[in-house]
Design a protein around this ligand. Structure first.
Ligand code: KIV
Ligand code: ZN
Length: 541
C-alpha cells in the first residue's frame, strides 16, 4: 500500500480546475476570499492556480501563499506543465508559503501523446524524469500527474509512475481527465498501481476526475477502497465541462458512511475518528461564497448544498421527520452548517457587528470597501423588513467582485416601460477618470434597453449569452440577484448584482461583467491543458 497519511487528504482545486469553468474567472480579491474560507473549511491542500498562465495568476498564487499558507495552514500548491519555465514560475509563486507544493503533469495516454504532445512514450518518460527532478530541486513536496490516466495503457503508466517517484515525486495523481471511467474500473486502476509499481509505497496516491458521466464521486470512493489517500475536488463540483468531483459530496459520504469506509483505512468499523480533516459545518458557507463569487448557480437538487437538499415536501415525509428525523434524513442540516441564519442586524446595527458577521461568512472587508458595503446594508435595511445572511452575502460578494477592476461605474439608471409604451432607458456611467457619460436607448423590454444604452457608452464589443434573475430570499420585498454572462472573442465573462429593483441589478451586473471583460481581455491567460508547450520551454533531452 502507498505511503499512508492515516486519513483521506482533501486537495481543493476550486481556484485552479474550478476556475477553468467557462465564465467562472475570479479576480484577486475573490480568490483570496475563497482561499481563506478553504483554510477555515480545513482542506489539506489548496491548488491556488497555474502561475505560468499570466502575471495575474502568478500574483494570485503568490498572495495566497503569503497570506493563507502559514505553518498550521493548508499546503499551497501551484500547477505546472512538465516544462522548465512553468516549474520555475510555480516555485517562485508558492515560495512565500510555509508548506508549498509543485504539481506538475504530462499526458500518458496514446491519444494525447500522438495528437496533443506529438511525442513518443520514451520521450514522455524522459521528460517526466527530468522535470520531476527539477521540481524536486526547488521544493520538497512534488506532485506528479499522468494526465488522461483513465485512458492510458496501465503498463506504460506504471513505468511513468515508477520513474516519477524515483525522480522525487511525493504524491502520484491519477486523473480521469475526460470522466470516462466507471467506479469498478477506477478502483481497479488504483489497485493495479498499488500492486505493480515497485516503489509506490514512497508516495501518496491521489485521484482527480471529471464528471462527464456523473461518476466522479463514485469513482473516487471506489479508489479510496483500493488505496487512494488524496482526493482532488472542487466546491459545488465546478470545473472543466461537467465539472470536477464535488468536495462536499465526497466529504459527507466519508462522514456519513464512516463505518463502511473505516476498515479500508485499517480502522475498526465503529471508529468515530473523522476520515478527513474537513470541518463539515463550514460547507454551506463555503458553497455559497464560491457560488456568489463565480456566478455559478447551484442546482436546487444538488446533494448536500442544493436549496432543496434538506427540504421535505410530501406530507408523509414531513410527518415522519416530525416524529423522528431519522425516518427520512441521513444528515442533520446543522452538520453542514445550514442553520436558521436570520441575523439580528438591523437599521440600528453598528459597523463592528456588521463586520464581525461578514467575517463569519468568509468576507474580510476593510476601509472604503467596508464603508461602501455598510452603506448598502443600511439602504437595504430601510427597504427590507428582515435581513438574513443571504442578503449580506449578495451585497458583499458584489463588493468583492468590483475590487480592482472598476473601469466603469454605474451612476444612474432610469427606465420607462409599461403597457403600450416603448421601453426606454437612460443610463449614466462614470469612466476611470471620473468623466460622466449619459446615453439613452430603446429595447424590447427595460433590461434590453438598459444593456443597449450601456453598450453604446462602453463601446466594448460583446454578446449577451445569459441573463438570469433569482430571488435572494423569500417575500415580496426580496432582492433579485441578476447574473449576466457576456462573450467576447470566445471567452465568457460573468457579472452579478443584487437589488430590490431588478432593473438596477441588471444594469449593475452588466457593468460588472463589462469591467471583468476589460480587465480579463487584457490578461488573456494560458490554459494549462489546451495550450501547446512552447518549444523553448521543452526540456533538452
Ligand atoms: O483533469 C486533469 O487531468 C487535470 C490535470 C492537470 C491534473 O486537471
Ligand atoms: Zn482536471
Amino acid at each position: 500500500m502507498a505511503r499512508d497519511p492515516g486519513r483521506v487528504l482533501i486537495f481543493d482545486t476550486t481556484l485552479r480546475d474550478g476556475e477553468q469553468s467557462p465564465g467562472a474567472s475570479l479576480n484577486l480579491e475573490e480568490k483570496l476570499a475563497i482561499a481563506h474560507q478553504l483554510a477555515r473549511l480545513g482542506v489539506d491542500i489548496i491548488e491556488a492556480g497555474f502561475p505560468f498562465a499570466s502575471p495575474g495568476d502568478f500574483n494570485a498564487v503568490q498572495r495566497i501563499a503569503a497570506s493563507v499558507g502559514g505553518p498550521d495552514g493548508p499546503v499551497i500548491c501551484g500547477l505546472a506543465r512538465a516544462a522548465a519555465g512553468d516549474i520555475k514560475a510555480c516555485a517562485e509563486a508558492v515560495a512565500p508559503a510555509a508548506r508549498r507544493r509543485i504539481h506538475t503533469f504530462i499526458a500518458t495516454s496514446d491519444i494525447h501523446l500522438e495528437h496533443k504532445l506529438r511525442k513518443s512514450r520514451s520521450e514522455v518518460l524522459a521528460i517526466t524524469a527530468e522535470m520531476v527532478a527539477y521540481a524536486r530541486s526547488l521544493v520538497e513536496d512534488v506532485e506528479f500527474s499522468c494526465e488522461d490516466a483513465g485512458r492510458s495503457d496501465p503498463e506504460y503508466m506504471h513505468e511513468v509512475i515508477e520513474t516519477a517517484i524515483k525522480a522525487g515525486a511525493t504524491t502520484i495523481n491519477i486523473p480521469d481527465t475526460v470522466g470516462y471511467a466507471t467506479p469498478a474500473e477506477f478502483g481497479d486502476l488504483i489497485a493495479g498501481i498499488n500492486r505493480h509499481v515497485p516503489n509506490i509505497n514512497e508516495a501518496v496516491i491521489s485521484v482527480h476526475g471529471h464528471n462527464d458521466l456523473g461518476l466522479a464521486v463514485a469513482n473516487f470512493l471506489e479508489a479510496v477502497k483500493t488505496g487512494a489517500r488524496q482526493l482532488e475536488c472542487t466546491i459545488n463540483g465546478i470545473g472543466e465541462r461537467a465539472g470536477n468531483a464535488s468536495l462536499e459530496e465526497l466529504v459527507m459520504a466519508l462522514h456519513v458512511r464512516r463505518s463502511y469506509f473505516n476498515p479500508y483505512l485499517g480502522r475498526p468499523r465503529d471508529s468515530a475518528e473523522p476520515l478527513t480533516g474537513v470541518r463539515t459545518e463550514e460547507i454551506t458557507k463555503t458553497s455559497r461564497l464560491v457560488s456568489n463569487l463565480t456566478g455559478m448557480v447551484v442546482q436546487p437538487n444538488k446533494a448536500i448544498v442544493g436549496a432543496n437538499a434538506f427540504a421535505h415536501e410530501s406530507g408523509i415525509h414531513q410527518d415522519g421527520v416530525l416524529k423522528n428525523r431519522l425516518t427520512y434524513e441521513i444528515i442533520d442540516a446543522q452538520t453542514v452548517g445550514l442553520m436558521d441564519n436570520r441575523i439580528s442586524l438591523g437599521k440600528l446595527s453598528g459597523r463592528s457587528a456588521f463586520r464581525a458577521r461578514l467575517e463569519e461568512l468568509g468576507y474580510n472587508l476593510d476601509g472604503e470597501d467596508l464603508n461602501d458595503a455598510f452603506i448598502r446594508f443600511k439602504e437595504l435595511a430601510d427597504r427590507k423588513r428582515e435581513i438574513v445572511d443571504r442578503d449580506l452575502e449578495a451585497i458583499v460578494s458584489e463588493q468583492v467582485q468590483q475590487q480592482g477592476e472598476a473601469r466603469f461605474q454605474l451612476r444612474r439608471v432610469q427606465v420607462s416601460c409599461g403597457t403600450g409604451l416603448q421601453p426606454t432607458a437612460t443610463v449614466t456611467l462614470a469612466t476611470a477618470d471620473g468623466t460622466e457619460l449619459t446615453e439613452a436607448a430603446i429595447g424590447t423590454g427595460p433590461v434590453d434597453a438598459v444593456c443597449r444604452a450601456l453598450n453604446r457608452l462602453a463601446q466594448v464589443p460583446n454578446e449577451l449569452v445569459e441573463f438570469s434573475v433569482k430571488s435572494v430570499t423569500e417575500g415580496i420585498d426580496a432582492m433579485g440577484d441578476v447574473t449576466i454572462r457576456l462573450r467576447h472573442q470566445g471567452i465568457l465573462y460573468s457579472g452579478h448584482s443584487a437589488d430590490t429593483d431588478i432593473v438596477v441589478a441588471a444594469a449593475q451586473a452588466f457593468v460588472n461583467a463589462l469591467n471583468r471583460l476589460v480587465a480579463g481581455g487584457q490578461a488573456n491567460p494560458l490554459h494549462p491543458q489546451k495550450a501547446p508547450l512552447p518549444v523553448a520551454e521543452l526540456p533538452r533531452l
